[in-house]
Write a protein that binds this ligand. Structure first.
Ligand code: SF4
Length: 697
């Protein structure tokens, strides 16, 4: 009888632990006296788990509330901040083609089990779903285990995606150094400085020989099977963090290994402990960060150079009729760089003119455009991935080059309407109806890079001829943006990191926030990013940005000095006369540049990163890589802030792990608020708390 009573009390207590806030975001309501003390226990467990798994009606109620926050297409039309997006959406309506926002509406109501992460289809005994009446799947997996496994598989997918990006650019560096790929190594300084960090001999050695050694080390971290030191972590991570990660036993073997291990341990009837799954989740975060992001960045900057701060035109108003218009879309820089260089050659400009065009112009979608724009003049960023199809709907593009990642299959329908030729360039990413002018699976034609680039530019000119008479609609919105900020630029501009660090310490800059991430129709398109940015700038927070989130900031003038009217007085004083309040650092792998600035400023003040008034926000994040990107910063001790919830609502333990449980181990947590203004205020409040702890009040 006594036992039954205790169980009932416990059950009541567990139910009380689940709730949702005013904006429908589920959270664990931890009674003050039950506040978790997170540590590594005597059994090596990462985190003390004190909630028993119990799936109750409250979970479903929380998910139902969360769903109510999703906007409709009409909400987007009414409130998205870029007028060009609104006009292009109406244009698509007129021609009768669906957009992301129409398709999102048609998916409603979204599946509550999917949203809460409690649908499992890992084995063929399922799919199983967790409900109050069926708290375990056929194999006995409970909500905690199912949610944790699903989350880990997303994180492992992110490691694979950025890991393949890393593989492409590291191999390109190695092959260029070996002469297999006919490309100069432009970033000689980067090769030599990184070689020093990795302990590679540089004296009396050619840059090519050093680059081969550097590439081999990066490839080893990507693919090692026999446990050994992860050299990129050893060379690039702060010593304090390396100790933290070692203590938690989350240092990865290699990126390939951790993806294998994630799929291995999440298989049916392998790892049955959600805590062990979350420990692997943290390992994936490190593999993603140090191979997918840091190694990609090292190889890219080594091969193509760091680039410099430049002024770029932005948005669809920069599209010009009468030119052979080529858009590059995706993530891989190698072929993009050759296509752009080739198209800008006099020979091809003249060829285009012979066919009746005024010349050839290049535009960028998603990260391919961003990495190109600060290295090659004249690649104009137009859109992030979610609204790429709207850009095609202008009818102004003759050729669309798609490589890998964030290329929605929906673009093909619009391309067909406007006779735009789509060319795929990677064996990893094909699109039905696209022409495939690409590297093969084994890269046996890597020495044909220049020929492939020429064929693509020639195809664009042919497409221009074929498309005569296709209607073109270009909304008249075009601005300029300052782009290409980096650690190197800060040194060039200020002589060292010290002036920036002093401004942070004195409070002229309240803190620095890295604002990134893709977009998601679960929040108002681009509005969430802008609303968070407005709160931060008003409170004198300097913003760094890259990837898809950078597009609204560029398009709406935040990357120029015209945005001074949005900033607090002390930030404006620091930035005047010519620094914008949002520093655009590049594509998504250029998170390395942001973390480099974080580390440089902290180092100049003799502080650790986790102590500093820093934040990471991806307000509208949507894809699997976004899970790892935020985790990467949390592993560094920087809180992450979002307006979109992960699919974890079905597990109090996983929610608690992410939103509170790593505070003591990593010095950081995840915070979600579907209201962007409220999220911005929370970031400011947390930055102030960091300053107070440092005695910088
Ligand atoms: Fe169901 Fe378990 Fe199979 Fe998942 S692994 S589908 S919970 S039986």
């Amino acid at each position: 009888m006594e036992k039954k009573k205790n169980h009932q009390e416990n059950a009541h207590q567990h139910r009380a632990l689940i709730g949702f806030d005013d904006h429908g975001v589920p959270k664990v309501l931890v009674p003050a006296e039950k506040e978790a003390h997170t540590h590594v226990d005597e059994n090596g467990n990462l985190y003390e788990h004190f909630h028993e798994a119990e799936f109750t009606e409250d979970y479903m109620k929380a998910v139902a509330e969360y769903k109510k926050t999703f906007p409709s297409r009409q909400d987007v039309l009414d409130r998205t901040p870029d007028p060009a997006v609104r006009q292009m959406m109406l244009n698509m309506e007129q021609i009768g083609v669906d957009t992301t926002f129409d398709r999102f509406d048609k998916q409603k109501p979204m599946c509550s089990y999917g949203l809460s992460g409690t649908c499992c289809k890992i084995c063929n005994m399922g799919p199983c779903r967790i409900t109050p009446k069926s708290p375990r799947g056929v194999c006995g997996a409970d909500g905690d285990l199912i949610v944790a496994r699903n989350l880990l598989r997303s994180a492992a997918a992110g490691v694979a995606q950025h890991g393949m990006h890393a593989r492409e650019v590291i191999l390109a560096l190695k092959w260029a150094a070996q002469g297999k790929l006919d490309l100069p190594i432009i970033g000689e300084y980067k090769v030599k400085s990184m070689a020093q960090a990795f302990g590679i001999k540089t004296r009396n050695r050619s840059v090519k020989k050093i680059a081969i050694d550097l590439a081999n080390i990066l490839l080893e971290d990507l693919s090692r099977t026999e446990p050994d030191e992860y050299q990129t972590i050893k060379a690039c991570a702060p010593a304090e963090r390396q100790e933290v990660w070692k203590k938690l036993d989350i240092l990865p073997v290699s990126a390939y290994h951790e993806v294998f291990e994630s799929y291995h341990k999440t298989g049916c009837a392998t790892d049955g402990d959600w805590k062990s799954i979350m420990q692997q989740f943290l390992r994936c975060g490190l593999a993603f960060t140090f191979t997918g992001v840091v190694a990609s960045n090292i190889a890219t900057d080594s091969l193509f150079g760091v680039g410099d701060r430049v002024t770029s035109k932005v948005n669809v108003g920069a599209l010009q009729k009468g030119y052979v218009n080529i858009a590059v879309h995706g993530h891989l820089p190698l072929l993009v760089s050759q296509i752009v260089k080739t198209g800008l050659q006099e020979k091809y400009q003249n060829l285009a003119k012979e066919k009746g065009a005024k010349g050839i112009r290049f535009y960028g979608i998603c990260c391919s455009g961003l990495s190109a724009m600060y290295r090659y003049a004249g690649v104009i960023p137009l859109s992030n991935a979610v609204t790429a199809e709207l850009v095609l709907g202008t009818g102004a593009l003759d050729l669309w080059v798609a490589d890998v990642q964030d290329v929605f299959p929906s673009i093909m329908e619009v391309a067909r309407c406007y006779k735009t030729t789509v060319v795929t360039t990677s064996d990893s990413a094909r699109l039905p109806g696209a022409e495939h002018i690409a590297y093969d699976h084994h890269h046996s034609n890597i020495d044909q890079t220049q020929k492939i680039a020429e064929r693509i530019v020639e195809r664009a000119i042919e497409s221009f001829e074929e498309r005569q008479g296709v209607p073109v609609f270009i909304p008249p919105y075009e601005v300029e943006a300052e782009v290409g900020f980096s650690v190197e630029y800060v040194h060039k501009r200020f002589g060292s990191m010290q002036p920036l660090a002093d401004a942070v310490k004195s409070g002229r800059i309240l803190g620095i926030v890295n604002m990134v991430g893709c977009n998601n129709p679960k929040v108002l398109y681009e509005r969430a990013i802008i609303d968070v940015a407005d709160v931060l700038l008003k409170n004198n927070v300097l913003i760094l940005t890259n990837g898809c989130a950078a597009f609204p900031l560029m398009k709406l003038g935040y990357c120029t000095t015209s945005a001074y009217d949005k900033t607090g007085e002390s930030l404006k004083e620091f930035l005047q006369p010519d620094l914008p309040p949002v520093w655009h650092v590049g594509e998504c792998i250029d998170n390395t540049r942001s973390s480099g600035i974080f580390a440089g400023v902290a180092g100049a003040l003799g502080k650790n990163i986790y102590e500093m008034p820093y934040g990471f926000t991806s307000p509208e994040w949507g894809n699997e890589k976004g899970v790892d990107a935020a985790l990467g910063f949390r592993l560094m001790g920087v809180n992450s802030y979002h307006c979109v919830e992960a699919q974890i609502q079905g597990s109090a333990n996983v929610i608690h792990f992410l939103k509170e449980g790593t505070r003591e181990t990593l010095g950081s947590v995840m915070h979600v608020d579907t209201d962007p203004v409220s999220l911005g205020n929370k970031i400011v409040e947390d930055l102030k708390a960091k300053r107070k702890a440092l005695g910088w009040d």
